[in-house]
Design a protein around this ligand. Structure first.
Ligand SMILES: CC(C)(COP(=O)(O)OP(=O)(O)OC[C@H]1O[C@@H](n2cnc3c(N)ncnc32)[C@H](O)[C@@H]1OP(=O)(O)O)[C@@H](O)C(=O)NCCC(=O)NCCS
Length: 258
């Protein structure tokens, strides 16, 4: 079953669900070369289908979740200037953030864009005009992984966003190689909704910048490895040796960008 195309949710008349989706004019090859190295990130998109098993309310993490504000960002990420700066920008953009705190330290976090605001930072700007929520930039500290924290984060977001009476859709995307993320997303009631290709250019000093993208809403997702034997392979691939799905272009985008 295909996901419903976001065209239905589009308030800006953006045509989606067809091959060419980007509104941003892509630079020519020469322009891209002048600007720096061109990168393509392919991510699998999921739409929330309200089918998930919600983690019970007796989870050991129930008490620690906080809504991000500037005071919390400052206290939780003191000593981590890169995250603190990034999350201040997220707050300025009016993204919603959830941070799991224990003994004053952060264990996990995740962010979500609003239907009436800019889209997530790792995707082209036009995604903001699609009128949906987009969950992104999620992270669980390595030593706390595999204990259901990410699934709880997703359950908190979907429970709260589902109360939005505008019935805006809820999306999330992740790399094909990110097995823990894909498993948690599927277990949380999301269903596959195509593949996003994001184009970036990278230049020394300037870093990387999103210049456009395309969302093929009908493209199927590669199989998810689920057997115990395969999970050791998954563990290796979770070690972030990543290629784009086509294998054509080296991908250098951090998982944390999503
Ligand atoms: C992806 C990430 C957020 C998952 O966080 P988490 O708190 O460990 O996730 P959960 O425990 O809720 O769920 C993980 C799921 O993957 C499974 N899993 C965990 N580690 C795994 C591994 N190495 N191989 C295969 N499956 C694994 C868990 O069993 C669980 O699946 P299940 O519901 O079928 O049991 C965490 O790995 C992370 O921060 N990674 C780096 C940043 C990142 O990738 N962010 C996500 C971008 S979308």
């Amino acid at each position: 079953m295909l996901c419903s195309t976001p065209a239905a949710t589009s308030r800006a008349g953006v045509r989606v669900g067809v091959a060419e989706l980007g509104r941003t004019k892509l630079p020519s090859c020469n322009e891209a070369l002048k600007m720096g190295f061109k990168l393509i990130a392919k991510t699998l998109v999921y739409e929330y289908a309200r089918l998930g098993d919600r983690p019970g309310s007796d989870s050991e993490w129930d008490e620690g979740w906080r809504i991000a504000d500037s005071e919390l960002v400052e206290s939780a990420f003191r000593g981590d200037p890169e995250r603190e700066r990034r999350f201040r920008q997220f707050l300025d953009a009016r993204y919603n953030g959830l941070i799991l705190i224990r003994n004053g330290r952060w264990l996990a976090y995740g962010w979500c864009s609003n239907p009436r605001g800019p889209g997530p930072t790792h995707l082209p700007r036009w995604t903001g005009a699609l009128g949906g929520y987009w969950i992104f930039s999620c992270h669980t500290q390595a030593r706390f992984r595999g204990r259901g924290i990410y699934k709880q984060l997703l359950a908190r977001f979907t429970t709260s966003l589902s109360q939005d009476t505008s019935s805006s859709k809820i999306f999330i995307d992740t790399h094909a190689e990110n097995i823990p993320s894909r498993r948690a997303i599927l277990a949380s009631g999301f269903r596959p909704c195509g593949v996003f290709s994001t184009y970036r250019v990278w230049a020394p000093l300037a870093g990387s910048r999103v210049v456009g993208g395309r969302w093929r809403t009908e493209e199927t997702h590669p199989n998810l490895i689920t057997s115990a034997a395969d999970s050791s392979v998954a563990r290796v691939s979770d070690g972030m040796s990543r290629r784009s799905l086509t294998g054509q272009v080296a991908e250098r985008i951090s998982m944390d960008d999503l």
